[in-house]
Design a protein around this ligand. Structure first.
Ligand SMILES: Nc1nc2c(ncn2[C@@H]2O[C@H](COP(=O)(O)OP(=O)(O)O)[C@@H](O)[C@H]2O)c(=O)[nH]1
Ligand SMILES: [Mg+2]
Length: 373
């Protein structure tokens, strides 16, 4: 086992250094605020050297004898202190045993046990909502009390809807940058076509002239669903298979207030899909891009998905299927990592309906309401 003291200007920085130097398995034994002309935080962290020996030159120690006492359960020996007399040897052995037990207990009960009790409660409250440890710790560090969390969190989130809760007009919210062409991208099954139909219905209700375009470069017939919606809502639809056709179609719909573009693709890991979309942007069309992510998926999967789309000019993230999600911490995590505003959330399969243009407060409330603790 290796124990190390690491200093940072604040707790987050020290924690980042711990992770960098000792890896993700490191546990925090204690943290102390050091005051003075230059205040800093000193964190004592440990890694269990059953996983990695302190000094590789001792890897070859024989299994019996003094060296064996320093052997972890994984069988890898650590460097014994020199010239131990039997009493000291016993004490040291006991100390190591109890430290190992402490670390095991800490690992089993969470990452950060040596936080003061009220902070620890806050930390677990946030973790319970699937907020990542690093963001939970950052919130805990900034909040004086649990009541502050909501305000601090909403400060980290940006939404298309203004913060005054007056986001009734969806289309104006979406086209506020002066763009009237809105394109939805995201993995198959995330809810793009359904959401396009919801947005179109909403816009029609608000007296807008709407058109839909589906970029269907893959499967013949993949556009069938949007064709049905276009008939149902009563708005024109073009199905295009390349950028040239798309440009023409946009020209054709030049009298429309809003053009909603649906995309079909296989999966984001498919480079053909992404490069096809890049072509669209190369054409220089003033497109507003929304990346849809499903909250029913695991957060790490969403982070991974976003990476595939990172090379595209994503303007907004929209979160779908919040009705299916048990926890919504992933929304906060994604906002912290990618710093994109949230366009809206979708809350069910019903068309029209089941879409909400939430502002930062409403979104924060939703995230904090989920979870069982
Ligand atoms: N529960 C739930 N299902 C949704 C939501 N949005 C879409 N869906 C469903 O997800 C499935 C895939 O939707 P679709 O629009 O075809 O996804 P696309 O492949 O991205 O176009 C359909 O069964 C939709 O009804 C939502 O907000 N909540
Ligand atoms: Mg679709």
């Amino acid at each position: 086992m290796k124990i190390k003291k690491i200093r940072g200007r604040n707790f987050s920085e020290a924690l980042a250094l711990v992770k960098k130097e000792l890896g993700r398995d490191a546990v925090i034994l204690s943290s102390e605020d050091k005051n003075g002309s230059r205040p800093y935080v000193e964190v004592t962290a440990a890694v269990d050297y059953d996983l990695e020996p302190v000094d590789s030159e001792y890897r070859g120690l024989p299994p019996q004898g003094a060296g064996a006492a320093y052997r972890g359960s994984g069988g890898l020996p650590v460097k014994p202190p020199p010239e131990l007399i039997p009493g000291e040897f016993f004490e040291l052995k006991q100390e190591i045993k109890s430290l190992r037990q402490s670390i095991e207990t800490m690992k089993n009960s969470g990452f950060e046990l040596k936080l003061p009790e009220d902070r620890k409660k806050m930390f677990f409250f946030l973790k319970e909502r699937s907020i990542k440890e690093e963001f939970a710790l950052r919130l805990v560090q900034r909040a004086a009390a649990i009541e502050d969390i909501e305000t601090i969190m909403s400060g980290d989130i940006d939404t298309a809807a203004p913060p005054d809760g007056k986001a009734a007009d969806s289309v104006n919210v979406l086209t506020q940058a002066g763009r009237r062409i809105v394109m939805l991208i995201g993995p198959t099954g995330v809810g793009k076509t359904t959401t396009i139909a919801k947005l179109a219905s909403m816009a029609i209700k608000q007296g807008k002239r709407v058109a839909m375009i589906s970029i269907d470069t893959y499967k013949i017939g993949a556009a069938e669903q949007i064709r049905i919606y276009s008939r149902m809502i009563g708005i024109p639809l073009d199905i295009v298979s390349n950028t040239e056709n798309l440009k023409n179609s946009i020209k054709r719909f030049s009298d429309r207030d809003v053009i909603l573009i649906d995309t079909t693709g296989q999966n984001p890991g498919d480079s053909g899909y992404i490069s096809g979309l890049k072509d669209v942007y190369r054409a220089g069309l003033p497109i507003e891009t929304q990346l849809l992510l499903s909250t029913s998926s695991d957060c790490d999967f969403l982070i991974d998905t976003y990476r595939h789309y990172k090379s595209l000019p994503v303007d907004y993230i929209a979160f779908t299927k919040t009705d299916e999600a048990v926890k919504l911490g992933s929304i906060y995590n994604l906002c912290c990592i990618y710093r994109k505003p949230v366009a809206y959330i979708t809350t069910g399969q019903r068309v029209p309906g089941n879409i909400e243009f939430v502002d930062t407060r409403q979104l924060t409330n939703l995230i904090l309401r989920t979870g069982s603790a």
